[in-house]
Design a protein around this ligand. Structure first.
Ligand SMILES: Cc1ncc(COP(=O)(O)O)c(C=O)c1O
Length: 362
C-alpha cells in the first residue's frame, strides 16, 4: 500500500534553519512577553503582506476574541454557519450572541442579501469568514455595515495571502483576525494575529494581549493572556522565508486539480468572484451526500484521507446553539469534501487522488 495522503500537511522550513534561530532564544533566555522574535515576526509579516498594525497572538480563536473585546461589542453578531466552530465560540465567549445568515451557494461565503434580513436593534457587528481563502463580497458588506452603523470583523483564518483589489485581505473591516495554525498556509504550529485598521485599536490590542497592562504595567483595561511565544515566532520567521513559494505552489496545484476535474460533470466547485484567493484548500461539491460518502470510502481504501470540511453546518451544533435552519449551508456541508492540498504533495500523488476519485464514479 502506498504511503497515506492526508488532506493537509504543514509547510515547514528546513529543521536546521529552525534550530539555528532557536539558538538565539536559548542564549537570550527570553521565551515570551513580546520578545525580539515576536517583534521581528510582526515586522516581517507586515512588510511581506504590505499591511500595518499586526498583533501576533497565541492562536486564531484568541485573535477573534481579542477583536470583539477591542471593539467592546455587546449584542448580536451576524456570522456564517459555514465555518469552523471557533468563529461562533469566540462570539459566545465574549458574551455576544451569534446570529446566522445563510451563505451564497457558489462562493460559500456569507450572502450579503441574507445579512440585512437578520439585522435587529441588537445587532452590533458582522463577522464574515473568507472561506477557504476565498475573499468575501467586501464592498456589499461595507455598504450594509455603514448603512446600519455596524462593525465588521473578518475571520481571515484561512486567508493569509488572499487579496482584494490587489491589497492584502487582512486590511479590510474594522479588524481582521487570522490563524497560523499548523494546517494554515503560513504556520507557527499554533498562532494567530489581529490586524487593526487604526493605531488606537492596534495599541489597545497589544494591551489586551498582555493582561490589560499599559507600558507602565498598570492594568488599564480588561485583557487576558494572548501572547505568542518566541518559540512559535521563531518557526513563523523561518517559515516566512518560504511563504511566497508555498503560495505559488498552492495556486499551481489548485489550478491543476481544477483543470483535471473540469470535464467531469459530477462535481461543482467553489466560485472565486471577488479578489484573489490564496488557493489554500481544494473543495469539491458532490451531487449528493451518498455520492460523497462512496467517494470518501474509495479514497480511504486507497490510503487517501480527504476531509469533510465544514461538516456539519455550525448551526447544527444544537448542544450549544439554539435550533435554526440555514438551508444552503446545511446542504453544502453535507456534500463538500476537501481534497489533499499541501506543499509537499507531489503531482504524482494528485494524479493518484484524481484517478481514485473519478474511477469510482462509474
Ligand atoms: C474559519 C476559522 N476560524 C477560526 C479558526 C481558529 O483558528 P485557530 O485554530 O488558530 O484557533 C479556524 C481554525 O482552523 C477556522 O478554520
Amino acid at each position: 500500500m502506498s504511503k497515506p495522503i492526508y488532506v493537509t500537511m504543514p509547510s515547514l522550513a528546513p529543521l536546521d534553519e529552525y534550530m539555528e534561530i532557536l539558538q538565539g532564544v536559548w542564549e537570550r533566555g527570553i521565551l515570551t512577553h513580546n520578545g525580539p522574535l515576536v517583534q521581528q515576526f510582526e515586522k516581517d509579516f507586515n512588510k511581506i503582506l504590505g499591511i500595518k498594525n499586526l498583533v501576533a497572538v497565541s492562536n486564531g480563536t484568541i485573535a477573534l476574541q481579542m477583536a470583539i473585546k477591542a471593539l467592546e461589542l455587546k449584542g448580536e453578531i451576524i456570522t456564517t454557519p459555514f465555518t469552523w466552530i471557533a468563529t461562533v465560540s469566540s462570539i459566545m465567549w465574549e458574551g455576544c450572541t451569534p446570529v446566522f445568515a445563510d451563505i451564497d451557494a457558489e462562493t460559500l461565503n456569507i450572502d450579503p442579501k441574507q445579512i440585512e434580513e437578520k439585522i435587529t436593534d441588537k445587532t452590533v457587528a458582522i463577522m464574515p469568514v473568507h472561506v477557504f481563502g476565498n475573499p468575501c463580497d467586501i464592498e456589499s458588506i461595507e455598504v450594509i455595515a455603514k448603512k446600519h452603523n455596524l462593525k465588521v470583523i473578518y475571520d481571515a483564518a484561512h486567508a493569509v495571502g488572499s487579496t482584494y483589489k490587489n491589497e492584502s485581505i487582512l486590511k479590510f473591516g474594522d479588524l481582521s483576525a487570522t490563524s497560523f495554525h499548523a494546517t494554515k498556509l503560513l504556520n507557527t504550529a499554533e498562532g494567530g494575529a489581529v490586524i487593526a485598521n487604526n493605531i488606537e485599536l492596534h495599541e489597545k490590542l497589544k494591551r489586551i494581549r498582555f493582561f490589560g497592562h499599559n507600558e507602565n504595567k498598570d492594568i488599564v483595561e480588561e485583557g487576558f493572556n494572548g501572547k505568542m511565544t518566541e518559540v512559535h515566532a521563531a518557526l513563523g520567521l523561518v517559515n516566512l522565508k518560504y511563504y511566497e513559494d508555498v503560495l505559488k505552489d498552492r495556486k499551481s496545484k489548485w489550478l491543476y486539480y481544477r483543470k483535471q476535474l473540469s470535464t467531469i460533470n459530477s462535481f461543482a466547485f467553489q466560485e472565486l468572484k471577488f479578489g484573489e484567493s490564496n488557493y489554500s484548500y481544494f473543495p469539491v461539491i458532490f451531487q449528493s451526500e451518498d455520492k460523497l460518502l462512496k467517494a470518501e470510502l474509495t479514497l480511504n481504501e486507497n490510503n487517501i484521507f480527504p476531509r469533510r470540511y465544514f461538516y456539519p453546518s455550525v448551526n447544527k451544533y444544537d448542544k450549544i446553539l439554539e435550533q435554526s435552519h440555514l438551508p444552503v449551508s446545511e446542504d453544502i456541508s453535507r456534500r463538500i469534501l476537501c481534497l489533499p492540498l499541501y506543499y509537499k504533495l507531489t503531482y504524482e500523488e494528485i494524479n493518484f487522488v484524481i484517478l481514485k476519485l473519478t474511477s469510482q464514479l462509474i
